[in-house]
Structure formats: structure tokens, C-alpha cells
Ligand binder design. Sequence first.
Ligand code: SF4
Ligand code: SF4
Length: 432
Amino acid sequence: MTTIRFTGPDIPSAEDLANCIHCGFCLPSCPTYVATGQELESPRGRLHLISGIRDGRIEGTPRALEHLDLCLQCRACETACPSAVPYGRIMEDARAAIMANEPAEQPPAWRLRRLALRHVLARPRRLRLAMAGARLYQRSGLQHFVRGPLAPLLPSALRRLEAAAPVLRGRPFRQTGTLASPPAPKARVAMLLGCLHGEMYPDMHRATVTALEHARCEVVAPPAQVCCGALHAHAGDAETARALARRNIDAFERAGVEAVVVNAAGCGAAMKEYSRLLRHDPNWSQRAEAFSTRVKDALEFVAEQDFAHDLGPVDRTVTLQDACHLAHAQGIRTAPRAILGAIPGVTLREMANSDRCCGSAGLYSAVQPQMSAHVLEPKMASIAATGATTVCTANPGCTLQLETGARRHEVDAEVRHVIEVLAESIEAGRSR
Ligand code: SF4
Ligand code: SF4
């Protein structure tokens, strides 16, 4: 690979790029700029690069593409920007326009990532097989051996990757069909099961069903639903993201529901943007538009319902990590706080920079481990300073990253989705 140019249907638009007035207000909010102090690792620098590659003023060399790859796509710069620069879609388009080149011209690491995402994450059977292998690895004692006597023989990158693997607890959540059917339901909603989090964090799904049922919603999970495609879109594989979006729209339309409830902020943000993803497709653009208006983050949806009745006490001191794709991409900040504030016994202690990325960012912690660890460090210090013993999130990727951080930095706090704490309170109310 030498230099690359943007090609295909997703080239970043000149109008989007022209919104940037180069003021630099976004710089202090950018984790990679804060970590490096380098203009090229800032939103403004990356916008300049993208604009230059687009117009042929700057060559798309491997080094230039590294600056784009180091972006977490956390979208904190969007919140900070006074000029409404749609940074998230500019970066997503830039990556798609790079990956629309012939395979031999694509950056090799990006190509590998796309292969893994296409052939594992988007394929439920293969993914389940991989997760069954991981479960066997953890439960057979092999992990103990790898982390013990074998550890000094392993390359450090592999050791780091292994140490960041989630602890797979309990049975995976794979139920489809009707999940809850309370008497005289106020609404009928569908739940996204997602590709990974029902395998990694099944209790999040169980808690979401409990909370929705408590709010008197009938809950269904269409069996034909698939991965939301967020990670594919972030990695520049717009083609696979569009294919997955079409399958989901079809599956959820058939369910005949008022809302599609999503308990992973990254997935919800992507599904709210299906309308943009499919804007060039005359057969799907209107359906995508209608679908996206029905997508709701689980906390956003529950906070709008009658959820605060008959709650029991939960003795927890909590701090809240605002998931980037909840706070910055979806603009949701009050719902998680309203829910936590309604739970008797919960004390919320806000951390400094709660909406600063934790370094998870989808696959980022695996492909950019050093920067990810760098970004995680101040986050864990902010958490420790609150003295909270529970860290609440709204995204499984953040949960995984914060669990890794708690182990690495010896912070004595467990990580829970806000909806899990609510479900605990509902259960406590039921058993009174
Ligand atoms: S998305 Fe996040 S990491 Fe990327 S430029 Fe914006 S603030 Fe920085
Ligand atoms: S992205 Fe927004 S905040 Fe950042 S330099 Fe451009 S106009 Fe200013």
C-alpha cells in the first residue's frame, strides 16, 4: 500500500467539512489530543487531514491514515463544537471511503479488522462457537495456567489482550419470541439482543426485560434480528453495516412494535442513524427513516415510563460513566441520573469528566491498546476519587473496559449497567 484516495458512495461531504471554523474549542475535550498534545491527533487536525485527502491537497499515506485510526470516534468533539460539525459522520464516511478502495490498496490492519468483523461478528453461529470456546477456556482451568506458569512465555500484546477478556458468567441470553407479557400492557416493544452482549453480559438483558415489564410493557425479541452493524460502520465497512441494517429493519418491522429498545448505547446510536446509512438506497431510505424514529435507548425509554413505583432499597454508592454514544451521539444525560435518583438507597457521586471516553470504543482497546490504556488511566483515577463501590454505565463495551481498569488499577468497584441496578431495586420491591 502506498497512498490512498477517497472513493465510493461515502466520501465526506464538502458541506460537512466546511462547518469547521478552526476555533479549537473541541481540542480540550479530545482524549487523544489531551494524551499527545499533537494537533494531528485532535479533531481539528483530523478534519484538516480528511479535507486535504478529499481535495487531493494531502496524500493519504499510511502515516496520515494512522492519525484517523487513532481517533476513538467518541464524538466528544461534537458536543464541544460551537459550529455543529458532524464529526462522527465525517470520520465514518472517511473510513468508508478508504475501505472502498481495492483490497490490495487498503491498509492491511484495516483489512484484517474488516475480515474479523464480517466473518465472525456478523455471523451468529460462528460467534457463538467462539464464545463457547472462550467459556471452555475460562472454566477448564486453562486460563489459570495461561495467566500463571505460561505467562512469561507469551508476547506482551497477547498477555494484554487475554487480561482484557470479559469474565463470562452465567448462561448466555439468547431467548427470542415473547420475553414479557404483563396484564393490560401499556406498550408493545422489541428488544435488540445484539451480537456480543447477550453472550458477555446476559444479566443486562435480563434486567432490561425486568425493567420493561415493571413499566407494563409487552416485550418481544424478533428471532430474525442480527448484529446492529455499529462496529462495521466505525471500521469503514459500510457495505456490511448496510446489509445488517436492512435485515434488522425487516425483522423489527414484522414485530409490529411501538419502540425498539436498545440497552447498548453504541448499538442504539448506530440504529438511530440507519436513516443516514441507507440514504442512497431508494428501496430502503423511507423504511430506514421510519425505523430510526422508533429506536430508543433502554434508559431513555424507561425514564419516560411509569417506572418508579414499588421500588425496594438498594444499598449502593454509585458513580456514573456517561457512555460516549449515549451522551455525545444521542444527547442522553438526564435519563440515567433520573433512574438512579429514583432508586431508594442509591447515592450518586458524580466523577470528574464523566463524559470523557474510557478508551473502550468498540474494537479500539484491542487495536490501539496503548492509547486505550492511556485514556483509561485518568478515568480510573476519577472513579477511585469518588469512593463509589459501583460504577454504572449504559454500554457493554464500557463495562468491559472499566472491569479491566478496575483489575489493572486495583479499584475496588463493580461495574453495572444502570438498568441492572434498577432491576435489583424492582426485585427488592417485589420481595418485600
Ligand atoms: S471523536 Fe473523540 S477521539 Fe476522535 S477527534 Fe473527536 S474527541 Fe477526539
Ligand atoms: S470541529 Fe468545531 S470546535 Fe473543533 S475546530 Fe472545528 S469548529 Fe472549532
